[in-house]
Write a protein that binds this ligand. Structure first.
Ligand SMILES: [Zn+2]
Ligand SMILES: [Zn+2]
Length: 314
């Protein structure tokens, strides 16, 4: 063999080594593959969705649910460049405490979706007469959600936004004949708008307490993740008690968990491609740090099970 052949063989060997290193660095390792398989199939921590009570969502809306295969076949929106950021757009004023709440909700969204979240500078609510009214029951001002979606948010959709989520402490209504709406979204325009005001005790003339602050945070994180989940094309879940269950009222959504069931988690993970254990661990730390104790306990138990399942079989 000539020196040239030796050199060529050396170069080829080096190339093969480099390629195998690159593969090892990019392919998920066996432990995280086992963690993913377990987290998206084991349903031991998710009760089946109980039969609906008379005015619950599923008693009123006949929904068929959505399997993982149906979800993939629906070709949902995915966060691909340049649209990879979840943008939060405050609409109207937020006092210091409500700014902190928004900050926490945005931290939670970053963890839940494992994507960059950016909060834009606050925008004023529209002054046009056609964009608001005084609610005949509460006698409080309300803003027309469709006006906020199509006249305020859609025209200024940032170029890097996967979705632009308008949030407000003002009450909303979707059309004249409706009393109110918690939120509304348009998938095609990539915009949503949600009000947190009905989650606060002051809206109901109740006193503010440390417990009501935790409840407000829980509700805010829940609506933010549920509605943004729809932006990723996830339909209402009819199989388990799950963050993606439809809800007709505050008591109904208060009964629902902050977490995705294994099927909905599988959809979101397929779409975004995050590490399930990292996501759950960050979610646990967030809940533990912010007084969401039952959620932190649930997550600690779930994380321990996933870790055990990701160990190699003996
Ligand atoms: Zn929904
Ligand atoms: Zn689900």
């Amino acid at each position: 063999m000539s020196t040239r052949h030796f050199l060529l063989a050396g170069i080829l060997l080096l190339l093969a080594l480099l390629l195998s290193f690159a593969y090892a660095a990019s392919a998920p390792d066996a432990a995280s593959r086992r963690a993913l398989a377990f987290a998206t199939s084991d349903d031991s921590d998710f009760p089946k969705l109980p039969a609906p009570r008379p005015s619950d969502w599923l008693a009123v809306h006949k929904e068929p649910g959505q399997t993982f295969e149906q979800y993939v076949a629906s070709k949902p929106l995915r966060p691909v460049k340049p649209r990879t950021v979840l943008v939060i757009q405050p609409l109207g004023s937020f006092d210091k405490d409500r700014k902190d709440l928004l900050d926490k909700a945005s931290q939670f969204a970053r963890i839940f979706f494992q994507l960059e979240v950016r909060t834009e500078k606050q925008l004023s609510l529209p002054a046009e007469k056609a964009a608001s009214r005084i609610n005949p029951f509460t006698h409080k001002p309300q803003y027309l959600s469709t006006h906020l979606l199509y006249k305020v948010l859609a025209p200024r959709l940032p170029k890097d936004a996967f979705a632009d989520l308008g949030v407000t402490m003002s009450d909303l209504y979707p059309e004249e004949s409706w009393n109110y709406v918690f939120g509304q979204a348009s998938l095609t325009e990539r915009v949503g708008v949600y009000s947190f005001i009905r989650y606060t005790p002051e809206f109901w003339d109740l006193p503010r307490t440390p417990e009501s602050d935790v409840l407000l945070l829980r509700r805010t994180c829940k609506v933010m993740s549920h509605e943004t989940g729809h932006m990723f094309g996830i339909a209402h879940c009819t199989a388990y008690s799950c963050n993606m269950n439809g809800s007709n009222s505050l008591p109904e959504s208060d009964r629902q968990p902050l977490f995705l069931c294994p099927v909905c988690l599988k959809k979101l993970q397929w779409n975004i491609g995050f590490d399930v254990l990292k996501r759950y661990t960050e979610m646990h730390d967030f809940c533990a740090a912010n007084g969401l104790k039952p959620e932190a306990d649930w997550l600690a138990n779930r994380i321990a099970k996933i870790k055990a399942a990701s160990e190699p079989a003996h």
